[in-house]
Write a protein that binds this ligand. Structure first.
Ligand code: HEM
Ligand code: HEM
Ligand code: SF4
Ligand code: SF4
Length: 396
């Protein structure tokens, strides 16, 4: 039981709006837990001093693991002793973020017993984030987490906890089993996940279709996004129902918005030139009952996105245009390993794989990992209007 709640006049202001407030939640934890109480105090202090009072910490962790715990110390240990050590623990979330309420209760019990009781469900990495552990609490927390079936996630320069959309568990658009594949990657790359040995972090994110609900194209070094290579399925009866229903203006909402202009519609028949469709999902999203992804399904593998922390932001670009996902994942394991070998050897410290490719050039990169260039790999249309031919080609 905390002795007395910290005075927080500035934070209290944040409770006054009509919206829910994190301060209200923090006060509930602070009433039960001295660490959470001091954490609230130090946050109030930061608002007053207009400076953060957390330091990036030294190396802390659990035996045998290099990642999963991120060290945090406060620079005011005397004034806020309960949160002088306030490490973050990343816990590997279940694929697709499905839980039973029973296991959530157990997880919270472990965390109330050992830490501040504050969590971040879920972090941008996808993990369950337990905020605020003292150094001495790390091993006991880890051991109790293991007991209820959880493991730590990735942190630092390792494979980060793979994460995915709910895929076939709930979504009719999923073109492959994102959850199954995420589980496969997690188990296959346990060593890479727990023992940082790369130049920097490496993230896998899995999306079942090009809607990309996990934003993998912006947030992961390797995105595996479901797609199809045959024709979009059209149910003409359901399409007529949309026409009759009158809520969708097929010309304006669908045909005119197709980015490649590959849909033809004369008021009755709806036809797609599938060779020019680039699977943006727009038409399917607007008329989910009438249209669906094709039947020959698999995934596109993209590489290289990152947030703008060091250097600018990057989006992923296509590496493998199409791969079947129901015949085992050995090829993807090997591809990832080939990339790590090259980047591990020649990547600079804190250089993400996307930046590495920019530095050495895509041509060199492909040659080294043994992939052939494909037209889908372009990053953006060429802006240079001059086209040069080799002399002998011109003569032909
Ligand atoms: C005023 C209080 C706080 C606010 C409003 C806040 C807000 C946030 C937000 C918005 C994110 C990004 C979450 C996401 O995109 O999923 C985040 C991430 C995070 N925060 Fe906080 N935070 C607060 C306090 C703290 C404290 C006190 C700590 C630890 C000392 C902390 C540690 C973290 C960590 C470790 C992450 C990254 C989690 C991950 O993505 O893996 N936060 N926070
Ligand atoms: C001047 C202040 C700070 C700077 C410049 C800074 C910078 C960074 C950078 C560059 C990263 C790597 C992010 C990435 O590549 O995704 C990072 C990660 C992180 N930061 Fe900070 N940070 C600051 C303050 C803090 C504070 C005050 C906290 C917590 C109390 C914090 C918690 C974290 C955590 C938990 C991570 C994630 C580490 C990981 O993913 O392995 N940072 N920060
Ligand atoms: S990415 Fe596609 S398959 Fe996954 S949840 Fe979103 S819409 Fe469904
Ligand atoms: S998925 Fe996108 S590109 Fe393909 S037909 Fe529909 S709207 Fe056009």
């Amino acid at each position: 039981m905390a002795e007395k709640l910290r005075e927080t006049p500035l934070l209290d202001e944040l409770q006054k709006g009509p919206w829910p407030s994190f301060v209200t939640e923090m006060k509930k934890s602070a009433a039960k837990n001295p660490m959470a109480n001091d954490q609230m105090g130090i946050l109030e202090r930061s608002y007053k001093d207009r400076i953060g009072h957390w330091k990036h910490g030294g190396l802390v962790g659990v035996m045998g693991y290099g990642g999963g715990v991120i060290g945090r110390y406060s620079d005011l240990p005397k004034e806020y002793p309960e949160c002088s050590e306030f490490h973050t623990i990343r816990v590997n979330q279940p694929a697709g973020w499905f839980y039973t309420s029973e296991v959530l209760r157990k997880l919270c019990d472990v965390w109330e017993k050992h830490g501040s009781g504050l969590t971040n469900m879920h972090g941008s990495t996808g993990d369950i984030i337990l905020l605020g552990a003292k150094t001495a609490a790390l091993e006991p927390t880890f051991s109790d987490l293991t007991e209820i079936g959880f493991d730590l996630g990735g942190s630092g320069s390792d494979v980060r906890t793979p994460s995915c959309c709910c895929g076939q568990a709930r979504c009719e658009w999923a073109c492959y089993d994102t959850m199954g594949f995420t589980h496969d990657l997690t188990m296959h790359f346990q060593d890479e996940l727990h023992r940082p040995a790369f130049p920097y972090k490496f993230k896998f994110k899995m999306a079942g279709c090009p809607n990309d609900c996990v934003a993998s194209v912006a947030r992961s070094d390797m995105s595996i996004i479901g797609t199809w290579r045959d024709n979009i399925q059209i149910d003409q009866k359901e399409l007529n129902a949309y026409v009759k229903g009158g809520r969708v203006d097929i010309q304006e909402d669908v045909v005119d918005r197709c980015p490649t202009g590959c849909i033809k519609w004369d008021g009755k028949a709806f036809a797609i030139d599938n060779s020019n469709c680039f699977k943006c999902m727009h038409c399917i999203n607007v008329m989910p009952k009438a249209l669906a992804p094709g039947k020959d399904r698999g995934a596109t593998i993209l590489l290289g996105s990152k947030a703008p922390i060091i250097g600018g932001a990057l989006l992923s670009s296509v590496l493998v245009p199409f791969i079947k996902m129901d015949e085992g994942y050995d090829d993807i394991h090997e591809l990832a390993e080939a990339i790590w070998d090259l980047w591990g050897e020649h990547g600079m410290n804190r250089e993400r794989v996307g930046e590495f490719i920019q530095r050495i050039g895509l041509g060199n990169f492909l040659e080294q990992i043994g992939l052939d260039p494909e037209p889908e790999m372009i990053m953006h249309p060429r802006t240079n209007p001059y086209i040069f031919f080799e002399l002998d080609e011109e003569e032909e």
